[in-house]
Design a protein around this ligand. Structure first.
Ligand code: ADE
Length: 418
């Protein structure tokens, strides 16, 4: 079996951590049992470009139980947990192509190695795998039943591909399932981005000025948790409705050029490029900490910051200090890459349980229906989304009410009014 990982000797540590995460993933455990019985993916080749974490290993475990032949590569050069990569190779016999800290050229070589098995289903986190498949091996697209996409950024990219007429296979937007973005993007990013900032800096948040750039589901979660830690939270937005929502949620809202003057921390979660730029660097106070929680490392304009710096030092593992000519020092976490995975361990397992249950059900849906689906971006069918919610509630021992027949009838009628 071919693979490319950093250190096979880490496999035993990786397996212990994968099992630790598994305990927090009851929905995946239920799906694992059904997949072992029913083998809905028997004989299918599936390639995944995902963050190589303990949670992803458990997703792979379920897909493998369903009969799939898997290959995995990293969806970010800094998010790979090398012990997990080793355990996937050693204990699950899955070819993994991922080394933490790999350079861009290795990153793409790994994607190509993952594609080389000519997958029938693809799993993406950021759409790099599908985009490379379309660019490098268009002839192989005929064999592909479809793919899934985990992130907001990836879904935006795929919709752009579809709009251009470039998308040739059906894609399921896992991100858009309610049981994904309402939990993973909000509570997952909320906790894990703060975890990344804290692990990287060990600086007290209480009483600090903390600016969140972007008030989508990720930004909402980061703001919520930063406020919970006692920070004075400011939100910056370009969308008037979201800005209004942030204001009514109790945050200070202002343009970033204003917020940057007093911020101790600035965390981006927009999915767009250069949202923190030269005009903002110019007014930041000495010591300001910059981090990104969006998928790609483009949100902070690092080349522009680089050009302003006389030199860069590394005071801690995940911190780079940019020394500016005027004496100020601006600190960037995790090279501007997504701070929750590069400086911490990504979202907690309990939330990835739901995201990856959607992945599993979307893959099963593609295996059954892929041939009939058009080459567009599709939603996760509502009944699958609700199935995830129901299974999660069941695992959490939470019971809910049901409508009476009379109530159901009332909701479906229009005659009864005042
Ligand atoms: N994306 C965010 N957190 C993650 C995790 N723990 N595993 C895989 N993908 C993730």
């Amino acid at each position: 079996m071919e693979f490319d990982i950093s250190n096979p000797a880490l496999a035993a540590d990786g397996l212990k951590r994968i099992d630790w995460a598994w305990r927090e993933m009851p929905v995946l455990q239920l799906l694992f049992k059904r997949f072992e019985r029913e083998r809905p993916l028997a004989g299918l080749r599936i390639s995944g470009c995902l963050h190589i974490t303990t949670e992803t290993a458990n997703l792979a475990r379920v897909l493998q139980a369903g009969g799939a032949t898997l290959r995995l590569c990293a969806s970010n050069p800094l998010s790979t947990q090398d012990d997990v990569a080793a355990a996937l190779v050693e204990h699950f016999h899955i070819p993994v192509y991922a080394r933490r800290g790999e350079d861009d050229s290795t990153y793409y070589q790994h994607i190509h190695a993952c594609l080389a098995q000519r997958p029938q289903i693809t799993l993406d986190d950021g759409a790099d795998l599908v985009s490379e498949l379309h660019k490098q091996a268009p002839d192989w697209l005929r064999e592909v039943l479809g793919g899934t996409e985990e992130t907001t950024t990836g879904v935006i990219r795929l919709r752009a591909m579809a709009k251009d007429g470039a998308l040739k296979i059906p894609l399921v937007a896992v991100n858009d399932a309610d049981t994904k973005h309402l939990f993973d993007n909000r509570y997952g990013t909320g906790q894990s981005a703060l975890d990344g900032v804290i692990r990287a800096t060990n600086i007290l948040l209480a009483g600090k000025h903390f600016t969140v750039v972007g008030y989508g589901w990720c930004g909402r979660g980061i703001a919520l948790r930063a406020r919970g830690m006692g920070a004075l939270v400011t939100v910056t937005e370009v969308n008037p409705t979201r800005a209004l929502e942030a204001a009514m949620d109790g945050y200070t809202v202002m343009p970033l050029t204003e917020a940057a003057k007093t911020a101790d921390f600035i965390v981006t979660a927009t999915g767009d490029k250069h949202v923190v730029d030269s005009a903002h660097f110019a007014v930041m106070q000495d010591g300001c900490i910059l981090a990104n929680a969006g998928h790609f490392n483009v949100e902070i304009n690092l080349p522009a910051l680089d050009a302003l710096a006389s030199h860069i030092t590394k005071p801690r593992q995940s911190v780079q200090s940019y020394h500016l000519a005027d004496g100020r020092v601006l600190r960037v976490l995790a090279e501007g890459r997504l701070v929750n995975l590069a400086a911490a361990e990504g979202h907690p397992s309990a939330v990835m349980d739901m995201s990856f249950a959607n992945q599993v059900l979307a893959v099963e849906y593609l295996a059954r229906q892929g041939q009939k689906l058009t080459a567009e971006v599709h939603r996760v069918p509502a009944e699958l989304d609700q199935q995830v919610a129901r299974l999660k509630l069941q695992a959490m021992h939470i019971k809910i009410d049901t409508l009476t027949t009379d109530q159901q009838r009332y909701l479906n009628s229009w005659q009864e009014g005042t």
